[in-house]
Design a protein around this ligand. Structure first.
Ligand code: SF4
Ligand code: SF4
Length: 83
């Protein structure tokens, strides 16, 4: 599933550079993740763990239960992102 940013976000910008898919954008008042781009880092990171979660100082990046996807669908999204 894609990830999402919740209201605890302090707009520190740390997650933007950590995201290899360009899914995170600056927005007001909190940053946003575009679900159609976020692959949970599948395809980008060897162990497929989200790069954005550990860099967030306030634990504002969480899994978005509304965007459930299979590993295969996440890999297809990765391939679309890079086609
Ligand atoms: S999980 Fe990966 S692809 Fe998704 S927003 Fe975080 S860093 Fe970007
Ligand atoms: S790292 Fe966390 S606090 Fe900083 S902009 Fe991203 S979601 Fe917001």
């Amino acid at each position: 599933m894609a990830l999402k940013i919740i209201e605890e976000c302090i707009a520190c910008d740390a997650c933007v550079e950590a995201c290899p898919s360009g899914a995170i954008a600056c927005a007001d008042p909190i940053y946003i993740i575009t679900p159609s781009l976020c692959t949970e880092c599948v395809g980008y990171v060897a162990d497929a763990t989200p790069s954005c979660i550990p860099v967030c100082p306030v634990e504002a990046i969480v899994y978005d239960e509304a965007h459930q996807e299979t590993p295969e669908a996440l890999m297809e999204k990765y391939e679309r992102n890079n086609s």
